[in-house]
Design a protein around this ligand. Sequence first.
Ligand code: AMP
Ligand code: GLY
Length: 421
Amino acid sequence: MNILILGSGGREHALAWAVMQNPKCDKLIVAPGNAGIAQIADCAAFDIEDGGAVVAFAEENAIDFVIVGPEAPLAAGVADRLREAGLLVFGPSEAAARLEASKSFTKEICDAASAPTAGYGHFTDAEAAKAHVRANGVPTVVKADGLAAGKGVIIAMTEDEAMAAIDDMFGGVFGGAGAEVVIEEFMEGEEASLFVLVDGEDVLAIGSAQDHKRVGEGDTGLNTGGMGAYSPAPVLSAEVEAKAMDEIVKPTMRVMAERGMPYQGVLYAGLMIKDGQPRLVEYNVRFGDPECQVLMMRLGAQALDLMHAAAEGRLAEAQVNWADDHAITVVMAAEGYPGSYEKFSEIKGLDALPEDSSNMVFHAGTKTQDGKVLAVGGRVLNVTARGETLQEARDRAYAMVDGVDWPQGFFRRDIGWRALK
Ligand code: AMP
Ligand code: GLY
């Protein structure tokens, strides 16, 4: 099989690493890719949000299977264009990708499916939104309806904060994403993510993970795209997972199919779990980043077979071969992230690190120049390891982190603390 992966982050490096291990992969191209990906696959540059450009590239390069990493090409209809051209693709249609691109859409699907989630109101003007907050009290959660690069969610502890957030969103702070606002009941509990493959009809859970969104140790400080993750998530026990599948994932996927928008790809269910009961926080229509890195570390080569089965509608006959293992990834970021940071500092020591089925440094934001590896992003490296226990995986990952010579970088020392406690 000739395979094309779209994307350029640590998530796509991990996908490429898993796919390359599968003998069914004859050739792999990643667009646009990054310096780490370039060590294991060909990289190509074209606009991955332009469906016509993706189709043309896939046809010219005799691609048999396209795997879409990030949400933006999906929300732009790239999977639809590929399917129309008769190409096999892993990733939902533009219509189904609204599960990530519109929060009110997802809430409405949850209503139709009777799936447990936070109570909410959906508003197109500030006055009605404010009246809802006054009537329902705080804490509450104010969300821009559309895609806002992970920044469109404000947890308001006071009524003043909620009112300010509503004014900001309708005032255009998040551009068009904030033209509609969803106000949700604040849910308490522990968060975890469940990853499920869906082929339009059948579903297959392929693992759970927890990430650390805050920049600082002890889960403090500003929100980031994720400073580390581990899999499995202890809070997602077999019982809780079964409830999440039966009460949330399967009913919502059924509603999507009934409405003529069958979902195909990976569904990332962000869950809040309290007293053994999961409720949906959000859906994403792609793998999490950095959660994908720990999932790929655990799944290895079978990840390709599973994604291929989802794309071909064969999930009913697919199964996951579970190893009883744990994986962890530690994000190394540029000093200053998630605020402003310097680019082009040199990273040394990577060549001496182990690279095998239990140890891997995935690149998220690097570039090679004159034989040197340079940092060119906020999140730069995802140092990932696997072990029989989470402790073993953690010790391996931090041993690698300590081998990276990059004075301009930083990382959290406490990834996995909740699960190790
Ligand atoms: P979202 O982009 O919807 O995942 O929101 C980002 C983060 O905000 C989530 O990962 C949660 O930590 C938090 N969050 C979102 N909605 C709620 C809610 N209704 N109750 C409590 N926390 C929430
Ligand atoms: N790590 C969170 C996300 O990928 O959305």
